[in-house]
Design a protein around this ligand. Structure first.
Ligand code: XAN
Length: 459
């Protein structure tokens, strides 16, 4: 498949936390594998040469449209999409038993239902501009292979985790021993890799990830075994760390230590690891997480329901920890990462407000609040970097993973929920180019209606 793309128009991306660039009239060209080969102002000599030397048609974006990197969802439980938006009245450990385990077991017993749920999930992710996703699956190998196959077919970049758990509050939903679980994890890795082995490297979009659910459901033997498997096979790891009050208490009473210590001694805090939540970690723990190279998936909506405390986002960022955003379907009810960005900003602002109310001042002018541009970084480049990807920004050498957003239509004005009164009526500029205010308004109010295109690896 030829993945060559040529686009001229406005590009928006954030290469560093807090830094947003709006690049007007740029030309982006990819090679046939969907990797960016040229990205410069359209009036440069090289761009002019590129414009005349390629046979493919060039997409010229209308005014009011811009290209943005795809969103990266760094934490999503695919089988829980089955009951998204239901049953969030319980504390975490009860909710897992009442809803999550049951739904996952149901999909493990019904491959047709699993395929239906995962196919719909893929379609909705595309509608919401999520091009890369780190997925928790279920226990059974076959169901996870269905998930990987569906994501690959949908053209989504997906990291797929077969759950490892040899302890459970639901005896019918667990693996029978640590050794059985380790063999199953190994087998899934091989079969998932086999799914795409015949494809050229740039077309392989799915990758297996080791997924010990969390400390309460994994014996020490299983965790240590998974740590060794990850090191031997260079496999990414995902889990949940310091998430909720009841979960933290279970680990303390059953293991006599914090879960971060259990992960650490099992070889599971690595530069290949993404830990969800980390709500109860303090600054010394962030220093340790950073020194291990471990990344964090911040899931603000699910934290509001389960965690009882907000994640110390600013402190983690200040310690240099790599952070992306997760929807945490179905502990979070919204699949749209735009809502995760908005919740991350709201919660951080409440933290800053509480600090001021407590009479504390900002050290060195630092605020606990993050702004919308910082949230956009976390949703794009932050998540991509956590997964070791070069996507999330537009740069020569990076795969072209992007979405097209339309905020303003010269005939109809603001698109979807957006209104721009200064650009309507007599005397208004006919075709205004995209301004920072337009991007900010889209960030606050935009939705799938504003999304007019999407590419993963150029296709
Ligand atoms: N911890 C969890 N948290 C969550 O939000 N969803 C889950 O499925 C889960 N498992 C452990």
């Amino acid at each position: 498949m030829n993945r060559a793309v040529r686009i001229q128009g406005t590009f928006v991306h954030t290469q560093r936390l807090g830094n947003l660039e709006i690049l007007h009239d740029y030309l982006l060209v990819t090679d046939s594998t969907g990797v960016i080969a040229h990205f410069e102002a359209a009036d440069s000599a090289q761009s002019q040469a590129a414009l005349s030397s390629y046979a493919e048609p060039c997409i010229t974006l209308p005014p009011g449209h811009f290209i943005l990197p795809n969103f990266v969802d760094l934490h999503l439980h695919a089988p829980q999409f089955l009951y998204q938006g239901n049953g969030l009245h319980l504390p975490l450990m009860e909710w897992l038993n009442e809803y999550a385990f049951k739904a996952e077991e149901r999909l493990d017993g019904d491959a047709a239902l699993a395929r239906r749920v995962y196919t719909r999930l893929a379609r909705r992710l595309i509608q919401d501009g999520t091009g890369t996703v780190l997925l928790f699956g279920t226990i059974k190998e076959h169901t996870n292979l269905v998930l990987a196959e569906v994501m690959q077919k949908a053209g989504l970049r997906a990291f797929v985790g077969k759950l490892s758990m040899d302890i459970s509050s639901r005896p019918s939903y667990m693996e029978s021993s640590a050794q059985t679980s380790l063999q199953a994890a190994h087998s899934f890795v091989e079969k998932c890799r086999d799914l795409t082995a015949s494809l050229p490297t740039h077309e392989r979009l799915v990758e297996p990830v080791l997924t010990p659910r969390f400390v309460p459901t994994c014996s020490d033997e299983l965790l240590v075994g998974l740590g060794k498997l990850s090191a031997a096979e260079n496999l990414k790891i995902q889990s949940h760390l310091a998430e909720a009050h009841d979960q933290v208490e279970v680990v303390r009473s059953e293991r006599g230590v914090e879960d971060i210590q259990v992960f650490d001694r099992s070889g599971l805090l690595t530069a290949r690891t993404i830990q969800a939540h980390c709500t109860f970690l303090d600054v010394p723990s962030f220093k340790h997480v950073h020194s291990c190279g471990t990344s964090i998936a911040h899931c603000p909506l699910s934290n509001s329901y389960f965690s009882a405390e907000p994640f110390r986002l600013r402190e983690a960022l200040d310690e240099g920890v790599q952070i992306g955003l997760g929807t945490d379907i179905a502990g979070g009810y919204s699949l749209d990462l735009m809502n995760s960005m908005r919740h991350a900003v709201s919660i951080s602002r409440m933290r800053q407000g509480a600090k001021i109310m407590a009479g504390l001042t900002d050290d060195d002018g630092k605020t606990l609040a993050i702004d919308w541009k910082e949230a956009l970084y976390l949703a794009t480049k932050g998540g991509a970097a956590a997964l070791g990807l070069m996507t999330g920004v537009f740069a020569v050498g990076s795969p072209f993973d992007a979405q097209e957003i339309c905020v303003f239509d010269s005939r109809g004005g603001g698109v979807g929920a957006l209104d721009f009164f200064d650009h309507e009526g007599p005397g208004a500029v006919a075709d205004p180019s995209v301004t920072i205010e337009m991007v900010e308004k889209w960030w606050c109010l935009g939705n799938a209606v504003n999304r007019t295109g999407m590419w993963v690896q150029g296709a």
